[in-house]
Design a protein. Structure first.
Length: 107
């Protein structure tokens, strides 16, 4: 029995002329908090967009295993359905709303 809730395995994502992610692995265990750190263009946002289905299954190589099942998200709707939620940074926020209201925007 493992307490790993998320595994990203060998994630490779290519845009025309750019390899944004090459063979990236990420393991997250229950109750862990991780920070993905890297310089501009390192691929942080791309990795999170792969995880959340912004870039759908088939548009990248590698596997996403969440709560023991391989996931093939076709859209953010699919990832949200299993409990993966991305809070995008400042440009997507509503300044007049509270932090909590911003987090639940769209629900
Ligand atoms: N939609 C896209 N089309 C083409 N290239 C892209 C696209 N999105 C990202 N890239 C390229 O992929 C690489 C990774 O970009 P990404 O935005 O994931 O980096 P980042 O780590 O989030 O950077 P930042 O710290 O600036 O937010 C960069 O070389 C970037 O130019
Ligand atoms: Mg980014």
């Amino acid at each position: 029995m493992t307490d790993t809730i998320l595994e990203m395995r060998g994630i490779t994502k290519t845009f025309p002329g750019v390899k944004a992610l090459q063979d990236v692995n990420l393991d997250v265990r229950e109750a862990e908090i991780h920070a993905i750190v890297g310089e501009n263009g390192a691929g942080k946002s791309t990795l999170m967009k792969v995880l959340s289905g912004v870039y759908p299954a088939g548009s990248y190589d590698g596997q996403i295993i969440y709560k023991g099942n391989e996931q093939n998200f076709k859209s953010i709707r699919d990832s949200e359905h299993v409990g993966i939620v991305i809070i995008h940074r400042e440009l997507a926020l509503v300044p007049l709303l509270s932090i909590v209201e911003n987090i639940f925007l769209g629900q």
